[in-house]
Design a protein around this ligand. Structure first.
Ligand code: MN
Length: 171
């Protein structure tokens, strides 16, 4: 029953999403569509979620849990993270690793000591275990990703220092 409800809910959300995007297509105004994406008005499939803690994130960041560890034998969790422009994680590591699937906007992924990689919708990032890194939005765009985080000893992440303005401004 829960599954059927979930499928119905997802179908409804998808229906409205398609309905909205179809409307803008029938207007046949590509510029307006692009402008809406630039202005962060694209509609996410999943809810925005709760404001992320300022102990782990800089700027405006929202986290929506999608699959809890309890549902997956404590092995991993899945969640959506929405970074408003300028929003980002602190530097951090994952004990097993993490996969990021970028669904909206523009952003960055950077490993310590390496150049930052630009993120766009469709970007897939595989983060090895114990590699220090951060991810977040571009200055002029939000960025949304799904994060699949593996868990070891009840922990999926070790938080480190904030990304400094100097590090972010020099991308
Ligand atoms: Mn990470």
């Amino acid at each position: 029953m829960k599954i059927i409800h979930s499928i119905l809910k997802t179908s409804l959300i998808l229906f409205f999403y398609i309905a909205i995007t179809s409307c803008s297509n029938t207007n046949n105004n590509k510029n307006t569509e692009n402008m809406n994406i630039e202005n962060n008005m694209a509609t996410s499939v999943f809810p925005l979620g709760q404001r992320g803690s300022s102990n782990w994130f800089t700027g405006e960041v929202y986290v929506q849990g999608l699959v809890s560890p309890d549902e997956m034998e404590g092995l991993y969790s899945v969640g959506q993270v929405t970074f408003e422009p300028d929003g980002k994680t602190y530097w951090h590591t994952h004990p097993i690793g993490q996969v990021l699937l970028v669904t909206e906007g523009k952003g960055w992924y950077q490993e310590r000591g390496k150049p930052a990689q630009p993120l766009i919708p469709g970007s897939v990032v595989t983060i090895p275990k114990d590699v220090e890194h951060w991810h977040g939005a571009a200055k002029d765009s939000k960025m949304v990703h799904i994060a699949i985080s593996n868990i070891k000893d009840n922990s999926a992440v070790t938080w480190l220092a904030p990304v400094t303005d100097e590090e972010y401004n020099n991308l």
